[in-house]
Design a protein around this ligand. Structure first.
Ligand SMILES: [Fe+2]
Length: 486
């Protein structure tokens, strides 16, 4: 049985929580809406310079600021309850704000170059501070949105109850006894709401902790059958293991990658495909990631392509040489013939290029690589393309049978696709290909089994960038089994 003092303390916390929650629902929603509208107006006026991506980032930033104010107030509020007395309360507020500012300033030494986003700092203290920062960042944002949703739902329910009571009063000319009781003594409903509110706000923090400590490295082996109508007979049952987005770094250690290498070798694939992003942001890490990946074994070899991170820090040439020294071939606007029983597959690799380059430069480079790709395709052969992100997928003129890609980390590492497909960070900013197998461009949806036409497999990757959390987007090693049969 819960002691009376504990019940009253929970009641106080919950009551205060509901109070703040309502304040947020009443005031902050309106403020955020106004801010977003103001920014939308500003961006629409300069729409030639901004896109949907920037708009959503801005909206997220505003929600983040609102959530931080909400949670800081909440922390001080809880502190006041436990440590009554004005002097202590002032100190508590100061300590809370100082700790908060320290984590933020530590995480953002320079605007736009914050090493939380470009973590290349392996010192244990830095890793812990980054981990705490991102746990708080993801947890507080999700919890704030849930609180808003919960508060809104509460208001809808209360409004419906008010309408119902009014209707009954109008019909009976006086309130029914039960209604009077509901109006005057809403304590049980209030207690239920208080406890639900505490639970609702705690869940995202628990989920973020789970994503940080466990799911981030909870590797899933995905077995995918790929039907290719013109697959040569000799390649029936040929198995390709795909690894993507390795991102060696403070949160994706060599030991973890070594475990992924061991799992991949244990699957005994015929060929291994690597689809880019071997490092995070630290060019110094290239030797180590190559050394670890050199442990991969497959009778038909290990092939790969470049990701944007290699281009972003300018290591495409050097890492290609390091891989070559270990017998791993990076295909850079190149092709390789995979031969078996007198028949062959044409394996092509294309660079992604840097995402940090100016748009015009990226466009020119992208067109150049596309032209080069056209010359690498072999018309009467099964063509398999390794590319970090499949911008040209669905271009029927190319004649690619199967594209293997990654880049998106299963929806930006944060996904509720198990509730509804498309509920993930990447879909929010309009990325069309997220995870799993897709049919042609016009279908733009996953297929259960290959349609026999052009297909794309989007790997969720094994590493992370940005926040060291994966939620609903487990790291993945894929085994693709090629078949001619329906
Ligand atoms: Fe990546």
């Amino acid at each position: 049985m819960t002691p009376a003092w504990r019940t009253s303390r929970i009641g106080e916390i919950g009551g205060s929580f509901l109070l703040v929650c309502r304040r947020v629902v009443i005031h902050w929603r309106a403020i955020i809406l106004l801010l977003i509208l103001a920014c939308v107006a500003f961006l629409v006026a300069r729409s030639d310079e901004f896109g949907r991506f920037e708009l959503i980032l801005l909206a997220l930033l505003l929600i983040f600021i609102a959530s931080q104010i909400f949670w800081l107030r909440r922390l001080v509020d809880v502190g006041e309850r436990f440590i009554p007395g004005r002097p202590r309360c002032v100190w508590l507020t100061i300590v809370t704000v100082v700790v908060y500012l320290f984590v933020f300033l530590y995480s953002y030494p320079e605007w736009g170059q914050g090493h939380v986003f470009r973590a290349a700092d392996y010192r244990p203290l830095s890793v812990v501070i980054h981990a705490v920062f991102w746990w708080w960042f993801v947890g507080s944002m999700l919890a704030f949105l849930l609180v808003i949703a919960f508060g809104a739902a509460d208001r809808v329910v209360r409004a419906a109850g008010w309408v119902y009571r009014k209707a009954r009063m109008a019909i009976h000319q006086r309130p029914a006894a039960a209604d009077v009781e509901t109006v005057l003594q809403p304590s049980s409903r209030r207690r239920f709401l208080e406890r639900t509110a505490v639970l609702v706000s705690a869940t995202p923090f628990l989920a973020a902790g789970y994503g940080l400590l466990y799911e981030r490295q909870d590797v899933e082996v995905v077995r995918q059958r790929i039907r290719l109508a013109r697959l040569p007979k000799a390649f029936e049952g040929f198995r390709i293991a795909q690894l993507s987005d390795i991102h060696i770094g403070p949160f994706t250690t060599a030991d973890y990658i070594r475990r992924c290498v061991a799992i991949t070798n244990g699957l005994e694939p015929d060929l291994i495909a690597l689809t880019g992003d071997y490092i995070c942001w630290d060019p110094e890490a290239q030797s180590e990631v190559v050394r670890v990946l050199a442990g991969l074994r497959a009778p038909h070899g290990v092939f790969g392509c470049m990701g944007n991170h290699e281009a972003d820090v300018g290591i495409e040439e050097s890492i290609t040489s390091l891989f070559a020294a270990q017998g791993i071939r990076m295909l850079r606007q190149q092709r390789a013939a995979i031969r078996l029983g007198g028949e062959m597959l044409n394996l092509i690799g294309i660079d992604h290029g840097s995402d940090l380059a100016p748009d015009a430069e990226r466009q020119v480079e992208g067109d150049r690589r596309l032209q080069r790709l056209k010359t690498l395709v072999m018309p009467n052969t099964v063509n398999i393309l390794l590319i970090h992100y499949p911008h040209a997928f669905g271009d029927h003129e190319l004649g690619i049978d199967l594209t293997l890609a990654g880049d998106i980390h299963g929806g930006g590492q944060l996904s509720l696709d198990f509730i509804h497909r498309g509920l993930n960070l990447s879909s929010l900013i309009g990325v069309p290909y997220i995870r799993g197998l897709y049919g042609d461009k016009h279908a733009m949806r996953p297929v259960i089994d290959g349609s026999g036409g052009e297909q794309l497999y989007m790997n969720r990757g094994i590493g992370i960038t940005g926040f060291p959390i994966r939620l609903g987007a487990r790291p993945e090693i894929t085994v693709l089994e090629l078949t001619r049969e329906a």
